[in-house]
Write a protein that binds this ligand. Structure first.
Ligand code: PLP
Length: 412
């Protein structure tokens, strides 16, 4: 029993009635990108077909309408993540750009030779590489909070890793490859006790948790629109206002300036200081529609359903003899990653694909996680509230067939 009308919800996502190779589509690649409700798709079409114009600079009707629609989204995001001011919301392309922005501005200004930046063992590449680039440039050192065999951060190691050299902490809220929900509030508490700012990578968590940046006390928080029912190419960086105000700009160009002469340029106020050039107007507006969609959902019911899907899938998949789960943390989001003894994850993924089942295989942009578990990659099924137990049954049935077909000793 779903705690809400799942058929109604599914009917609101056009793609869920599509077929793949003539079979009903089973979409279990939600951690990579979520599907979009029709209202979000309509918002894009509506903008381009009825009020497409550049914003903030036009005196005409279309520009004013587009500007109002765009500006309203900042307020929506502010409420969605409980920021204190809409000025703390910066529109970016997604989590990757948000982290690069912080590394390039806050990082370049505040991190120097011999300083340490602390991340965790389960970061997505986008929360590793920008910091490595900064370390290379500044002669700083990247440190890592280790994890255990269940894929949980070893919090007992944290106090010793937060030293007088630590100048920044950047951690993932929910791991995309393991599903682990990290105790970010506690990490922030310990870092703040030593005066160290913390960025939380919310690329996965924003779709599964109710985000309250004030309660977390995060200094920076990032998310991507496409993972929360919105379009690709848009995301948000939240930053505490006093930090954003002290940071140098990121990209130079129009909109981010207050005045320009050949002798001197002065910068616009936050958030515009970080939004050079024409923004992604259509996608920001449609992100606002995605947030409206979230707001009319019963988030508690959604969470409960996702938990039920996770428990159901975990039980069935772990009962398959050849399967080993990767990521068995106590506190997990609706992501299940596993390897199959004697079967290449890619082969199994391709078999499932022929049955209309979309899963992801590989390292999921978390190569260090795969190195830790000494595996080349996993097969990952990630669920969203619009998924069903029948879809999981289909996954399990076809996984069993894939194993029978692909496992060498089962051929005879
Ligand atoms: N961080 C995590 C945990 C992710 O799962 C992802 C995407 O999969 C990213 C960062 C990067 O997000 P994007 O590609 O939308 O910038």
């Amino acid at each position: 029993m779903t705690p809400f009308n799942i058929n109604k919800i599914r009917s609101e996502f056009p793609i869920l009635s599509e077929k793949a190779y003539g079979k009903p589509l089973v979409y279990f690649d939600n951690a990579a990108s979520s599907q979009k409700p029709k209202v979000v798709i309509d918002a894009l079409v509506d903008y381009y077909s009825s009020y497409n114009a550049n914003i903030h600079r036009g005196v005409h009707f279309l520009s004013q309408k587009a500007s109002a629609a765009f500006d309203a989204v900042r307020e929506k995001v502010k409420t969605f993540i409980n920021a204190t001011s809409e000025r703390e919301i910066i529109f970016v392309r997604g989590t990757t750009e948000a982290i690069n922005l912080v590394a390039s501005t806050y990082g370049r200004k505040n991190i120097g030779q011999g300083d340490e930046i602390l991340i965790s063992a389960m970061e997505h590449h986008s929360n590793i590489v920008p910091w490595q680039m900064l370390c290379e440039e500044k002669g700083a050192v990247l440190k890592v909070i280790p994890m255990n065999e269940k894929g949980e951060l070893m919090m007992n190691e944290l106090p010793a890793l937060l030293t007088e050299k630590t100048k920044f902490v950047s951690v993932v809220h929910i791991s995309n490859s393991l599903g682990t929900i990290n105790p970010v509030k506690e990490i922030i508490r310990q870092a703040h006790a030593k005066g160290i700012p913390v960025l939380v990578d919310g690329a996965q968590s924003t779709a599964h948790e109710i985000i309250d940046v004030q309660d977390l006390d995060a200094d920076f928080f990032t998310f991507s629109g496409h993972k929360i029912l919105g379009p690709t190419g848009v995301g948000c960086l939240y930053g505490k206002l006093h930090l954003l105000e002290a940071m140098p700009p990121y990209h130079g160009g129009g909109e981010m300036i207050s005045s320009v002469s050949f002798e001197k340029t002065t910068y616009n106020e936050v958030p515009f200081k970080f939004e050079a050039g024409t923004p992604n107007i259509a996608d920001v507006i449609a992100l606002g529609t995605a947030i409206d969609y979230w707001n009319q959902l019963d988030r508690q019911a959604v969470s409960a359903w996702e938990k039920e899907l996770l428990n159901y899938a975990t039980k069935l998949i772990s009962e398959i003899p050849a399967v080993r789960l990767i990521g068995t943390a106590e506190n997990k989001a609706s992501v299940i990653s596993f390897v199959i003894e004697g079967v290449n994850a890619l082969d199994a993924g391709m078999f499932l694909d022929t049955k209309g089942i979309a899963v992801r295989t590989g390292h999921h942009c978390t190569e260090p996680v795969m190195q830790f578990f000494k595996i080349p990659g996993t097969l990952r099924a990630s669920f969203m509230f619009y998924n069903t137990k029948e879809e999981i049954d289909s996954l399990v049935e076809n996984l069993t067939k894939a194993i029978a077909l692909l496992q060498p000793h089962s051929v005879a």
